[in-house]
Structures are given as C-alpha cells and as structure tokens.
Write a protein that binds this ligand. Structure first.
Ligand code: NAG
Ligand code: NAG
Ligand code: NAG
Ligand code: NAG
Ligand code: NAG
Ligand code: NAG
Ligand code: NAG
Ligand code: NAG
Ligand code: NAG
Ligand code: NAG
Ligand code: NAG
Ligand code: NAG
Ligand code: CU
Length: 610
C-alpha cells in the first residue's frame, strides 16, 4: 500500500504545481427561457448560449477554469459540474442550500475550479427538476496522455494506435436524454396534485434531437419479457408505451386525482416529424470515439449502433480495461466512452437509444454517417425498440465487471458504515434515501451547509464524515409483494466510490465486514468498479442491497441523490459533509458576505414565466 500512496501524493503534487503555473481559461454560459421544439412539439424551454443542449465546455487536464453563469431565466437556478471532484473548491459544486445560494433571475455566479481529472463529464442545473427543461451540456477534459496499455488492449497495430489516440483526443460527444412536452414545474405540480410518479416521457433525444414515435401498444405490451409480465397486472401498456396510471406497482394504491392529469401525460401519443441527430465520421481516420452522456430524467437509455461493436474504454471519466460489447445501458448521469472502428461499408448506420427501464417502452434514433456514405446502407440493429437483444449473440455490457485500467483498491476495512433504506413514503411521488426522511426541495433555499455545518448536526438528512476515513454506504432497496422500485441511479458528488457488491434480500448485517464472513463471494475488494454514478437493482416484490465504499479526501459540502429527476424532486437525497474535522476556509466571495453581482444587460432576455 505504501508505494501506492507515495505515488499518489507525488502525482497530486505535480498536478497542483502544473495547475498553478497555468493561465485560467474562462467560459460564459447565458441561460435563457425561450420556445423550442426538439422533438417537433413546441414548448417553453431553457437554452444555453442560445442552444440546446448547451455548448461543450472543453478543458485540458490540469486547467484552471472559471465559468460565469448568467441567469436570464425567470426563475432561480444553479449549475453543477457532474463528476468534477472540486478538489478544494466545494463552493463551486453548485448545489443550492448545500454549497451555495440560489442564483436569482438576473443574477450571476462564477464557478472556479481546477480540471484535475481527464475524461467525459457534463454540467446541469441542480435546482429541482430543471434538467427536464433543457439545462445541461457536455464537458470534455482532454487527457495529458493516453496510456499505452489502453491502446494495446484495443489493437496491436501502430497505425491503429495513432488513430485511436486521435479519436480519444477528438471525441464525438453524444448526450442522450428524454423529453417531456410540459415544463418541470408543471410536471411536478401535476404529480403532487394527482399523487402520481410522473414517469412517462414523450421522446428520447440524441444531442437534443429526436421525434415522437407512436408504436402499437399491443405490440409494445408483447415486448415485455415473460419474467416481467406480472408487473402489467393484466393491463396493456398505454399508447405512449407506459405502465398505465392504475398500475399499483408503479403508482401505489393511493387514489389519484385523474381530473388534473392531462391525457397526453400517459395515454395519448401523437407522432411527429423532426430532425434526428447525425454524427458524421470519416473512415480515413480509422476509428472514432463516441462519448455517451446520459442526461435522461426517467429513462435508462440502452445504446447500440447498427453493425458496429463498441469498445468501452472510459466510464465516469476514468479509463477502464477496454471491453467489447454490442450495446450498453447508460444510467442517468453516467458517462461511457466507446471506440468504434470505421471499417464497415460506407453507409448511414442507425444509432438506437431504447429505454431499458420497466416504466416505458420507448426509443430514439440517430445516424452514424460515414462521409460520402450510401444512405441506403443502414445496417441491422442488435437491440429492439424496448432495448432487448435482437438475438442470442448480442453482448451487453455487464456493469459489475468494469475494471479500472490503472489498478486501484479500496481499503480492506471501513471506518464508518451508514445503512440507508430506500423507498417510497406516503405518496406515489415521494421518495427517501434514508428511511422515513425525505429531502424537501424547500431546503434548496436554506443557508448553505458549507457556511455552517454545525447547525445541521442533528439532521437525519445530513451525513458527517471525517477526513482520511473510509466510509461505507449500504443501501437497502425495500421491496414488498405489492410494491416495485425501479433501479435508482445514485450520484455522489466529489470523489468516486468503489462499488463493492450487491445482493438480493435484506442486508441482515451491521457492516460489510460482518456480511463478508457469511457471504464473501458477494463482495469485490480487489478490483471493483469505480463510479460517481451507480445504479441499484430494481426491487420487484422483495428487497435487495448495494454496498459502496469511498475515501474521504476532499473536505466540503456535497450531495448524494437519485438522478431520476422525479425522484430527486420527490426527496431522494442526502447531504454529505465530507471531512468536517478539516473544514475548508471559504473565500469571502463565496461566503455569507459574498455578492456575485448581476448578469450584464441582455437584449434577448425573455422574462415572462409561463
Ligand atoms: C428564488 O428563491 C428565493 C428563496 O431563496 C425565493 O424567495 C424567490 O421567490 C425565488 N424566486 C423565484 C423567481 O422563484
Ligand atoms: C496483442 O498481442 C498480444 C500478444 O500477442 C495478444 O495477447 C493480444 O490479444 C493482442 N491484442 C489485440 C487487441 O489484438
Ligand atoms: C389489450 O389489447 C388487446 C388488443 O387490442 C385487447 O384484445 C385486450 O383486451 C387488451 N387487454 C386489456 C386488459 O385491456
Ligand atoms: C385501468 O384504467 C383503465 C382506463 O383508464 C380501465 O379500462 C381499466 O379497467 C383499469 N384497470 C384496472 C385493473 O383497474
Ligand atoms: C450488418 O450485419 C448484418 C448481420 O449482422 C449483415 O447481414 C449485414 O450484411 C451487415 N450490413 C453491413 C452494411 O455491414
Ligand atoms: C455480470 O457479471 C457478474 C460477475 O461476473 C455475474 O455474476 C453476473 O451474472 C453477470 N450478469 C449478467 C447479467 O450476465
Ligand atoms: C480507519 O480505519 C483504519 C483501519 O482500521 C485505521 O487504521 C484508522 O486509524 C481509522 N481512521 C480513523 C480516523 O479512525
Ligand atoms: C417509518 O415510520 C413508520 C411509522 O412511524 C414506522 O413503522 C417505520 O418503522 C419507519 N420506517 C423506518 C425505516 O424508519
Ligand atoms: C435476512 O434475514 C431474513 C429473515 O431471517 C431471511 O429471510 C433472509 O434470507 C436474510 N437475507 C439474507 C440476504 O441472508
Ligand atoms: C484530507 O485527506 C486527504 C487524504 O488523506 C489528504 O490528502 C488531504 O490533504 C486532507 N485534507 C485536509 C484539509 O487535511
Ligand atoms: C452573454 O450575454 C452577454 C450580455 O448580453 C453578452 O455580452 C455575452 O457576449 C454573452 N455571452 C455568450 C457566450 O453568449
Ligand atoms: C395536441 C394533439 O394533437 N392532441 C391529439 C393527440 O392525439 C389524440 C388521439 O390519440 C387526440 O385526441 C389529440 O387531440
Ligand atoms: Cu430513484
């Protein structure tokens, strides 16, 4: 262990020296509220610098960056940099009530941090369900070097090595999301008023483009595998491919007020024509890197490209031992970068992004177009409209087998264990990450915890850790014969966790160490996946558990939450105050006396709020 720690310290020192000597790179994001029709249906939505998704922020590993966020929206907002560790800059993490105040309409905020990592990330609003209004965009941090082990694992040919390196350094960024025809505020209002979980989207978008597809619901119902048939409770899926509102697994036994639910929220589908995304690739370059980012709110997009296998080589901003698959599922918030060899007949191959979740059968499509390719060549899909494999030879990425390229091991023992019970409480829309305690969105308006951690000492919704300790989070996803929980894509802000293991049934122990004595095979402490976004298994009629471990090394006020937007707004969140014993000194500009100033006058400001 010793040489490894020493190596890390030297590495960190070198990175910091490098960072200090560099000039700061500045970026500006103007957030506006406008009309848009990404899938052919017009609605009010947010734009960032006039576009949706927002512009790509491209940094180089080690850069000091400053991003100015000007809020020209008619509502409060903040901006979070998903997966960025924020080493020593917790105040720039973007969570209202935790690390900063809300940015009011007309206000501005300057986030300052160092790009200590390489890889693929994204930025998004961290207020309520504003992601669903389009407040997101990609981040790519170009690596200082691409490890030879990575190149060797994919090819032995030196020309290919140069091409792969070029592809990794110049990737095609692809944000996969889902889309609603109403605003996040309207959706939340309906969910609460009707007492429903509003998990039925209108379309799947690739880089903000897509269309509404209406597929015969009887056909969609037929796509539900035999083993999941019981979930349907004898009903057909709706015209939008969703579990109907009177499905009690999805919507509880609570009474719903149907009078406030517009029929198009679950039941009516109206097909549209709109442009699909085209990603152009040049076969002369040999290889392309497609860096997939999921900013979906409720869907779990499973992605494949006709006739092309995907070499997955980077997950959540970290290189992994490359693994070749035909399709992979991107949990909300996660990133998967894949290398594609451009050695097929020049054509326009279809990209499929199909929801693999239980809530809805829906897909979106795009095109991987070879330069001057024959548009009649579209290839053959390996997954269907519901994300299921087209045949037995289709290889799906197995999340549990992801291995970091550069070996990294957790401590064999933990200092602290938090047993967290996940479930729905009281209402169909209300969720909790800790027993009966649900994180109210009203906490977003409170004084940031970063300023005064002590005053949250007694809260069941705040975890306190000490610096340089190892912390276990063991989640039990509560299942009963009459309830269902989907997989929850959990996101920890700041550093990554090691995903140690998962199992079915109750977690009957008080720690991983205790459980290891009885079920050692359920844990991987040798080379577990390292993730900032990790997904629990769905709980169908019985409970299951998931255990993760992380090292506290960056004192500050962070967040842990479900990345399904209706679950975050439903309260499935906790604050984690990491390293309270080594709490950082907050720069005056980010503290209680800080004043971030006003956004400059903006001519295109549309201020009406409807
Ligand atoms: C913004 O948040 C503050 C609380 O911090 C609240 O008083 C105000 O009404 C909000 N503004 C808007 C436009 O929602
Ligand atoms: C490269 O060569 C080594 C040794 O011959 C072999 O084990 C490995 O599988 C090859 N890698 C690829 C990607 O072909
Ligand atoms: C499902 O749809 C089929 C075909 O329209 C119909 O025959 C059947 O009755 C429907 N089932 C239910 C429970 O509505
Ligand atoms: C569910 O609602 C539909 C109409 O919305 C109705 O036809 C059906 O009978 C209901 N099913 C159950 C099991 O209540
Ligand atoms: C795509 O793959 C299918 C079967 O996997 C094959 O029949 C077809 O010829 C391929 N098309 C192209 C253009 O490579
Ligand atoms: C994924 O890999 C793990 C570990 O090898 C294995 O136990 C599990 O069955 C695999 N899952 C699937 C769906 O193949
Ligand atoms: C954490 O646990 C390790 C291993 O048991 C121990 O060496 C270390 O002192 C503990 N740290 C704290 C702060 O308790
Ligand atoms: C939640 O509260 C109910 C009723 O007060 C209680 O029976 C239950 O044990 C509590 N659940 C947890 C996980 O604390
Ligand atoms: C936990 O205990 C319950 C009750 O004894 C038992 O049914 C269940 O199988 C146990 N779970 C595990 C994972 O061993
Ligand atoms: C917190 O712990 C990490 C890991 O041991 C260490 O690198 C860092 O310097 C510590 N931070 C403070 C403020 O003590
Ligand atoms: C943001 O808006 C301000 C005020 O209109 C303008 O000066 C600036 O150029 C805009 N920045 C970008 C990146 O569009
Ligand atoms: C806005 C709109 O076009 N709504 C239509 C959608 O389709 C249903 C039938 O499925 C019509 O009744 C709506 O008028
Ligand atoms: Cu969730």
């Amino acid at each position: 262990m010793k040489p490894f720690i020493l190596y890390c310290l030297i590495g960190l020192g070198a990175a910091l020296d490098l960072a200090r000597s560099r000039p700061t790179k500045e970026f500006e994001l103007n957030l506006t509220w406008d009309k848009g029709a990404p899938d052919g249906v017009e609605r009010k939505q947010a734009l960032i610098n006039g576009q949706f998704p927002g512009p790509a922020l491209i940094f180089d590993e080690g850069d000091n960056v400053e991003v100015t966020v000007n809020n020209y929206l008619p509502f409060n907002t903040t901006m979070h940099w998903h997966g960025i560790e924020q080493v020593g800059t917790s105040w720039s993490d973007g969570v209202p009530g935790v690390s900063q105040k809300l940015i009011p309409p007309g206000g501005r905020f300057v986030a300052k941090f160092t790009a200590t990592q390489y890889g693929t990330y994204w930025y998004h609003s961290h207020v309520s369900g504003q992601i669903m209004d389009g407040l997101y965009g990609p981040i790519y941090i170009r690596p200082q070097n691409v490890p030879t082990e990575l190149l060797n694992a994919v090819s032995n040919d030196t020309l290919s090595h140069a091409q792969i390196k070029h592809a990794i350094e110049n990737p095609k960024l692809l944000i996969v999301s889902d889309w609603y025809h109403i605003t996040s505020r309207e959706l939340r209002h309906i969910a609460v008023a009707a007492d429903i979980d509003p998990i039925c989207v209108d379309s799947i978008l690739l880089n903000g483009k897509g269309r509404v597809h209406c597929v015969d619901p009887v056909h969609l119902t037929g796509l539900v595998p035999e083993s999941q048939r019981f979930i349907l409770q004898g009903m057909n899926l709706t015209a939008k491919g969703c579990l109907p509102l009177n499905n009690t697994f999805a919507q509880t036994f609570n009474e719903h007020d149907y009078s406030v639910i517009p029929p198009e929220l679950f039941d009516e589908c109206n097909e549209t024509e709109a442009l699909d995304e085209v990603i152009e690739v040049d076969p002369l370059q040999g290889w392309a890197s497609l860096n997939l980012i999921s900013s979906a709110s409720t869907s779990f997009p499973r992605v494949s490209i006709n006739n092309h296998t995907l070499w997955v080589y980077e997950v959540d901003g970290q290189y992994i031992v490359p693994t070749q698959v035909d399709a992979l599922t991107i949990n909300n918030g996660a990133r998967y970068s894949v290398l594609i060899q451009l050695n097929k007949q020049p054509g326009e191959y279809r990209i499929t992004a199909a929801n693999a979740g239980l809530n809805q059968k829906i897909a979106g499509f795009g095109t991987l177009a070879y330069v001057n390719g024959d548009s009649s060549i579209v290839g053959t899909a390996s997954i269907d409209y519901s994300g299921l494999s087209a045949n037995d030879n289709v290889v799906l990425l197995n999340e549990t087998t992801i291995k970091p390229l550069i070996p990294s091991q957790p401590s064999p023992v933990a200092n602290e264990t938090y047993l967290l019970r996940i479930g729905r409480i009281e209402h169909a829309w209300k969720w909790s990450l800790n027993g009966n305690y649900s994180y109210s969105m009203a906490m977003q308006s409170e004084k940031p915890m970063l300023w005064d951690p002590e005053s949250y000492k007694d809260s069941e919704l705040v975890i306190f850790t000490k610096n340089d300790t190892w912390v276990d989070l063991v989640f039990t996803i509560i299942g009963t014969p009459t309830t269902l929980q989907p997989g929850h894509p959990l996101h920890k802000h700041s550093n990554k966790v090691y995903v140690l293991g998962a199992g079915s049934g109750e977690f009957n122990w008080t720690s991983v160490a205790e459980a290891q004595k009885e079920i050692p095979g359920s844990f991987n402490l040798v080379d577990p996946p390292m993730r900032d976004t990790f997904t629990t298994n769905a709980a169908l009629q019985s409970s299951n558990w998931l255990a993760v471990r992380y090292h506290v090394e960056n004192p500050g006020a962070f967040f842990l939450h479900c990345h399904l937007d209706p679950h975050l707004t439903g309260g499935m969140a906790l604050a984690i105050l990491d390293g309270v014993d080594e709490w950082p000194n907050i720069p005056a500009e980010y503290g209680p006396k800080g004043h971030w100033g006003h956004a400059p006058r903006h001519s295109e400001n549309s201020a009406d709020d409807d």
